[in-house]
Design a protein around this ligand. Structure first.
Ligand SMILES: Nc1ncnc2c1ncn2[C@@H]1O[C@H](COP(=O)(O)OP(=O)(O)OP(=O)(O)O)[C@@H](O)[C@H]1O
Ligand SMILES: [Mg+2]
Length: 400
């Protein structure tokens, strides 16, 4: 059993955050198995942090000066995967203009990381089993048996035993690959690590964009810990980055955090806020925009009602706009005379108003810039957002 300080050292070296027993034990297993040639299968849900394990294993093994090749089995088309992994001979298929070495030949003496190994097609699984058992392989289009000395680390976020039961994954290959399994636990099972991970991602983001890091208040911290994190560390990282960039305030409340968590986001619209005082705490651009949208929608409904009443002759119009108050010299073919002094043009059917937040936002920014003759400082003040946010949005929407 390795002493604890080795695991801590590895965490520091690879930037791994967290101190939960399950994570420490996964790193411990990786370090113990590294010096051997045993195959390792890293298992865990998507986003838990599997990718670092094959690197730890390779770099702490006698193969560390050999090649390390990471292959995403799910990203290579079925038709070319054999050629990618094992190489091909010139002329073996259309487009095979010359001989090509495969990863297993290139990585001779090193390590191949087979990510998403559950995605390998069945014929490739047979070839892989042969390499694992005898070190032998045959290039596509060749009959010559070649030898290689490659260490395999594989990873999967699907349940391979289920894939075996469904006939999608060879049982013998599964046992051969999982000689040493490393289980990376889901984030919800290491809740003591969630806040440290958040702090790390917030600090990284602050450094990258040269701004102060965001902080959570007590309620927000509780919410962060109790959320299920179906996308695990990747989801936590993405959300922390999004909040850091989008939110003006560096003090993040549970209210703000909730609006970024998809599964429990129930308060989508400000109309759902319970009382007046809550309306006053709109410190979030999104809520302000929702409010603008709702106000606009109400205005449009008022207008529709008014137009309807005018059309049915219930309202006497008193219009002071010049273009409407005088009979038009060339009346529009669809113009109606409502009374002797008023002509209005037939109203086009009102289109379903857009609820695209992005369009409304773009429009508001454009109007503010026009109003202030392009002076961003004034436009930002009018929009009640920072100049930095305005600058970012101008870039994002290409409004320059
Ligand atoms: N303990 C950790 N400390 C710091 N960063 C981490 C940790 N775990 C994961 N990450 C980061 O989270 C992100 C997702 O991790 P990774 O890509 O390894 O997930 P994965 O398990 O391979 O997921 P998938 O199955 O979808 O490929 C990466 O940016 C990784 O650096
Ligand atoms: Mg991965």
């Amino acid at each position: 059993m390795l002493i604890k300080s080795d695991v801590q050292q590895i965490k520091q070296r690879y930037g791994i955050i967290g101190n939960s027993p399950a994570l420490n034990s996964a790193i411990d297993v990786a370090l113990q198995v590294a010096p051997t040639d045993l195959s390792v299968l890293v298992v865990g849900e998507s986003g838990v942090g599997k990718e670092i394990f094959p690197q730890i294993i390779h770099q702490n093994s006698p193969r560390k000066h050999g090649q390390y090749i990471a292959v995403n089995c799910g990203a290579i088309p079925d038709g070319t995967i054999d050629s990618e992994l094992f190489g091909h001979e010139k002329g073996s298929f259309t487009g095979a203009l010359s001989d090509r070495k495969g990863y297993f030949e290139v990585a001779d003496g090193g390590t191949v990381f087979l990510d998403e190994v559950g995605e390998l097609p069945i014929p490739t699984q047979a070839r892989l089993l042969r390499v694992l058992e005898t070190g032998e392989f045959i290039k596509v289009g060749s009959s010559k048996v070649l030898k290689t000395n490659v260490r395999i680390v594989a990873a999967t976020n699907v349940n391979l035993t289920q894939a075996v039961a469904a006939g999608k994954f060879r049982e013998d290959l599964y046992y051969r690959l999982s000689t040493v399994p490393i289980l990376v636990p889901p984030l919800r099972e290491r809740s003591n690590d969630i806040v440290s991970l958040f702090r790390k991602f917030a600090a990284d983001c602050a450094e990258k964009y040269r701004m102060p890091p965001i902080h959570l208040d007590d309620a927000a911290r509780q919410l962060l810990i109790s959320y299920r994190w179906p996308g695990n560390v990747r989801e936590l990282k993405n959300i922390t980055e999004r909040i850091s960039i989008i939110e003006e305030s560096r003090d993040i409340t549970a209210e703000i955090l909730r609006s970024y968590l998809p599964d429990i986001n129930v308060e989508k619209f400000p109309v759902l806020l319970k009382n007046e005082s809550e309306h006053k705490v709109f410190n979030n651009e999104r809520e302000i925009l929702y409010q603008v949208l709702f106000d606009m929608k109400n205005d449009v409904n008022e207008l529709k009602k008014l137009v309807h009443e005018i059309m049915s002759g219930n309202v006497q119009m008193s219009v002071d706009d010049d273009t409407c108050s005088k009979p038009h010299p060339h009346p529009h073919p669809h113009a109606h005379n409502i009374d002797s002094s008023t002509t209005i043009q037939e109203v086009e059917p009102v289109e379903e108003e857009t609820l695209s937040l992005e369009e409304v936002e773009k429009d508001m920014i454009r109007k503010a810039l026009e109003k202030h003759n392009g002076r961003r400082k004034n436009a930002a003040a009018d929009l009640k957002i920072s100049e930095r946010t305005l600058y970012r949005k101008i870039k994002e929407y290409n409004l320059e």
